[in-house]
Design a protein around this ligand. Structure first.
Ligand code: HEM
Length: 527
């Protein structure tokens, strides 16, 4: 997938022969195993050795969706030497994530996870077990508590005002705004303020060189984590690695590690200086995430956490929090600019709840029910990750009466769930009104009891940063629509806004969203 599409024919031929010869024995052994234990779910016919790998193109979530349309709500695939299932059905998803959570809540040990998440030593990519439990508890009890999230509210308000100022400066000079750029900086700065105690883009940053290096290496990391690497499915592929993917992983691993080590060293030095200057140490509310991690005890009675554990958590927080919220924001902006009547309703609500004489604050977000519907509809059509983070089963089980072997990889297709015609009507229409509750209650942006959308997953692996992620999304959108009227660049009509997507761990628009902003409030509001 992705990789297959970019091979030249001679490399492919050599690799193909090599893989056929060297994996024949492995295939014979593996292909006999699952069937002997029971009936597997239905699925498309499989090639020897490759299984269904060759039936997947550059947008695998669409291929898997078409398998579900053809074979039913639960489909079995053989991906090289790996058993896999996929589903886009709310009932099957509920069974996997709630009823059988104990069995399906592990993660596959992919090569990217090993190289890029400190040997799966983080939270998001760690297999089920005591290490995952401990790291997740640290996130929940020390980093993502309501109190700690609230303690950064002023920083978020500051970032939201910087976002408005940056857009206004471009609006005044008549330039169209690259929304990917400004929304990316908003998310990254919010995360780095909480995590590292500083902003990466803007006046307080350490300068463009460090910010650019940081963004570049983070993007490479996302790209490699999202890649479906053939070496994970055809072990012999690793011997040839024709595109040098593992080499790239090792290279990014080294660069990212250097970056994280520098962060830790800087924090240690600062702690030391503060301790020397003030014997009582410093107050909890002054501590960023890295300070907190440095102050926590380690495992088995150790005085401190290991540096590797701290680095794995830093990396998780950056990877899990930045792209998810900025990709969601870009999709929401694209869909709203494409639908001017939706923009009009968002602004009517903002004018009623907030008015023209003050800026939107976090306490307004719960009262913006129509905007919440817009975000819910955005998650239905454009979930941040098409397969969330793939799960893996820890032991054999039964689903819908079919046998599911141990170590089966689970692709919950949230993209297809939002476009499943058995679940939703007019699936291609962006229509936030469909989410307005009949009883007028507050719109919830989580999966709800019906599992018809799944923005933050459910069960043991559900996103621990859901509340914070929603604040990033709602705050940025509310400010941008309250302060500006948005339209496509000159010469284009709303229908021309392109909504082509590219596959990855998160699934952004293929092209960055460019739009024109016209201020709606009095000039002094933008200072
Ligand atoms: C709009 C923003 C966000 C969206 C849409 C989102 C969505 C998700 C999804 C779908 C998963 C995978 C769940 C699964 O595999 O079942 C996940 C996992 C995770 N998210 Fe988020 N997330 C967002 C923001 C955040 C933020 C702000 C943080 C932390 C600062 C965060 C931290 C994590 C972590 C640590 C995991 C791994 C959990 C585990 O494996 O135990 N996320 N998120």
């Amino acid at each position: 997938m992705g990789l297959l599409a970019s091979m030249d024919s001679s490399t492919f031929f050599l690799a193909f022969i090599f893989v056929i010869l060297s994996t024949l024995m492995l295939y014979r052994r593996n292909s006999r195993n699952p069937k002997s234990a029971g009936r597997l779910p239905p699925g498309p016919p499989r090639w020897p050795i490759f299984g269904n790998l060759l039936q997947l193109g550059p947008l695998p979530h669409k291929d898997l969706a078409s398998f579900c349309s053809g074979y039913g709500p639960l489909v079995y695939l053989r991906l090289g030497s790996v058993d896999a299932i996929t589903t886009d059905d709310p009932e099957v998803i509920r069974e996997i994530l709630l009823q059988q959570d104990e069995i399906f809540a592990s993660r596959p040990r992919t090569l990217a996870a090993v190289h890029l998440a400190y040997g799966c030593g983080d939270v998001a990519l760690a297999p089920l077990g005591p290490h995952w439990k401990r790291m997740r508890r640290i996130c929940m009890e020390h980093l993502l508590t309501t109190k700690r999230i609230e303690s950064f509210a002023d920083h978020r308000a500051h970032e939201a005002q910087d976002l408005v100022r940056a857009v206004n400066a471009q609006a005044q000079s008549g330039e169209a705004v690259n929304l990917r750029q400004v929304l990316g900086a908003f998310s990254m700065n919010n995360v780095t303020r909480m995590l590292l105690g500083k902003q990466y883009f803007g006046v307080e940053s350490d300068g463009p060189r460090e910010a650019i290096e940081f963004m570049q290496v983070t993007h490479e990391l996302f790209w490699l984590l999202g890649l479906i690497y053939l070496g994970d499915y055809l072990p012999m592929w690793r011997w040839i690695d024709p595109f040098g993917c593992e080499k790239k992983m090792r290279d990014v691993e080294k660069r990212v590690d250097g970056f994280h080590q520098r962060i830790i060293e800087e924090h240690r030095k600062l702690r030391e200086r503060r301790r020397e200057g003030n014997s009582s140490g410093y107050r909890e509310e002054e501590m960023d995430f890295v300070d907190i991690l440095l102050s926590l005890p380690g495992e088995d009675g150790k005085e401190h956490m290991d540096d590797t554990e701290i680095k794995a958590l830093i990396q998780d927080m950056i990877a899990a929090a930045t792209d998810t919220s900025s990709v969601t924001n870009e999709w929401a902006m694209a869909e709203v600019i494409k639908h001017p009547e939706v923009q009009c309703k968002i602004q009517q609500e903002l004018d009623f709840v907030v008015g023209p004489n003050r800026m939107v604050s976090e306490s307004d977000l719960g009262h913006l029910n129509y905007l919440r519907c817009v975000v819910r509809e955005t998650f239905r059509m454009h979930p941040a990750g098409p397969f969330m983070i793939p799960h893996e089963s820890v032991r054999p089980t039964q689903l819908l009466g079919y046998h599911i072997p141990a170590k089966t990889r689970v692709f919950i297709n949230t993209h297809a769930l939002g476009r499943n015609t058995h679940v939703w009507g007019d699936v291609k229409e962006f229509r936030p009104e469909r989410h307005i509750p009949v009883d007028g209650s507050r719109v919830e942006i989580s999966h709800g009891p019906d599992f018809k959308i799944l923005p933050f997953s459910a069960g043991k692996r559900k996103c621990p940063g859901a509340h914070l992620g929603l604040v990033f999304v709602l705050l940025a959108l509310a400010r941008l629509f309250h302060c500006f009227e948005w339209s496509p660049p000159q010469g284009l009509s709303p229908q021309d806004i392109d909504t082509t997507e590219v596959y990855g761990m998160t699934m952004p628009k293929a092209e960055p969203l460019i739009a024109v902003a016209r201020p709606r409030l009095a000039p002094h509001m933008y200072c």
